[in-house]
Design a binder for this molecule. Structure first.
Ligand SMILES: [Zn+2]
Length: 437
């Protein structure tokens, strides 16, 4: 019988050891130029035979300790869990462009070497619960038509889900993403059915993927000391330091910003405003730290210098208020203003008159600088505090006795206006988020 004519066409990025044949060594069936594994049109006829043949093949690969090569196969419902009998795939597996026509059950399967599923199509459920990937796991461009269960799966090395399509329910729970994990350019068609929980996602990238509506449980942790830093931010930092970056880690400022925006929107949608606020701060911080320089057709990202980071408008918005998210910072500014102002008026012989910075020649008519000579006098403290407070409150007019001068206006504008302006922004943001949806 003639040989099957199938030949695998590897993707651009794929690199296979030369001993892995790209053609098929099986015999073709009677009515076709393909074998039972590659015959799409007669597939249903050969289903039983294919299932048996495949089980044999798997057993043979395990006993002979050879890589399992199944490029482009049509595979019926196979339970690798029972087929493996607790053994692991000790050699690489190649399920590239395989079509799993029924449930593909890899429950607790151990992949000791590279596991390739790129371009695979799971027409029914894909069960990888408890699976362990010791080396690279590759699901690039895979299509998960129904449920994709990855609970308890451990990914130790590089893991690629790039441009994969998840069309149904997706579960990633209690995973280990020890290596860098890419969900770049992934399609989650029913985001409402996508759940990530009890996971450390500090090594996971969702760049170019819409995750605004997926479900991120309370048990999700991100990276960095603040637990809200994304891995893409580290890549951007490496890039601006002129370090060599992998093509998969080549990100732009705009891309990193969009992932933070995605997450902010996600947490806001789930009414988790405090966390949403944290991502908003991360987004603004990134804008404060980096900038984009467009020269001809080239977009370059640069780290901002100290001056640009701290004295720019963003810098001035950041320090006193954490971009309008903080209530404690403007409150602190207010308190410090009142304290400093009180101490200042305390140094005046008469705290209701126009102040002087030197001892006056006519201490009875004008106020005079007396230092802290009156520090033990309660009335002096009270008068000083009253004047400070009256200056500080934006709408309170100063009492008739007080001779209003430039110092009062400085306190009013710098202390009062800044404090209350920033507080107003922070409160408004909190209330708007809560009541406008
Ligand atoms: Zn074939």
């Amino acid at each position: 019988m003639p040989k099957c004519t199938y030949e695998y066409e590897p993707g651009v990025l794929a690199d296979y050891p030369p001993e892995i044949p790209l053609d098929c060594k099986e015999h073709s069936t009677e009515n076709s130029r393909f074998c039972i594994f590659h015959d799409k049109s007669y597939y249903i006829e050969h289903e039983q035979e294919a299932a048996k043949g495949f089980e044999e093949k798997v057993r043979k690969c395990i006993t002979q300790n050879k890589p399992l090569v199944c490029f482009g196969y049509y595979l019926p419902g196979i339970s690798f869990a029972s087929l493996l009998e607790g053994k692991s795939f000790s050699q690489p597996v190649y399920f590239n462009k395989v079509t799993f026509t029924k449930d593909a059950n890899f429950w607790k399967a151990k992949f000791s070497k590279k596991a390739n599923f790129d371009g695979a199509t799971f027409m029914e459920g894909a069960i990888f619960v408890g699976a362990k990937f010791t080396e690279e796991a590759n699901f690039v461009a895979a299509t998960f038509s129904k449920e994709a269960y990855f609970g308890d799966a451990k990914f130790t090395e590089l893991t690629y889900f790039g441009i994969a399509k998840f069309l149904g329910e997706v579960q990633f729970r209690q995973n280990e993403f020890t290596g860098k994990t890419f969900f770049r350019n992934v399609t989650f068609e029913q985001q409402n059915k996508v759940k990530f929980d009890e996971n450390d996602l500090s090594n996971v990238s969702f760049a170019d993927t819409d995750i605004t509506r997926i479900r991120l449980g309370d048990g999700i942790r991100w990276g960095g000391d603040d637990k809200f830093t994304l891995i893409e931010e580290k890549w951007l930092e490496n890039k601006t330091k002129d370090m060599k970056v992998e093509p998969t880690e080549d990100v732009t400022l705009e891309l990193v910003l969009s992932v933070y925006r995605n997450l902010r929107e996600n947490y806001e949608f789930r009414l988790r405003y405090d966390d949403a606020g944290k991502f908003f701060i991360k987004e603004m911080e990134l804008k404060r730290k980096y900038r984009e320089i467009i020269t001809e057709n080239l977009v370059e990202n640069k780290k901002n210098g100290w001056f640009r980071r701290n004295v720019s408008l963003t810098g001035l918005y950041y320090h006193p208020s954490r971009y309008g998210e903080s209530i404690s910072r403007p409150t602190l500014i207010g308190a410090i203003t009142v304290i400093l102002s009180t101490l200042f008026w305390l140094t005046q012989s008469n705290p209701i008159l126009e102040p002087h910075f030197y001892p006056s020649a006519e201490p009875d008519i004008t106020s005079s600088f007396i230092g802290f000579a009156q520090v033990g006098n309660g009335t002096q403290w009270l008068k000083s505090f009253e004047r400070s407070f009256a200056d500080f409150l934006p709408l309170l007019s100063l009492g008739g006795d007080i001779k209003v001068g430039v110092i009062d206006y400085i306190i009013k504008i710098v202390g009062g206006a800044l404090t209350f302006g920033l507080l107003l922004i922070a409160f408004r943001r909190k209330f708007e988020r809560k009541y406008t949806r």
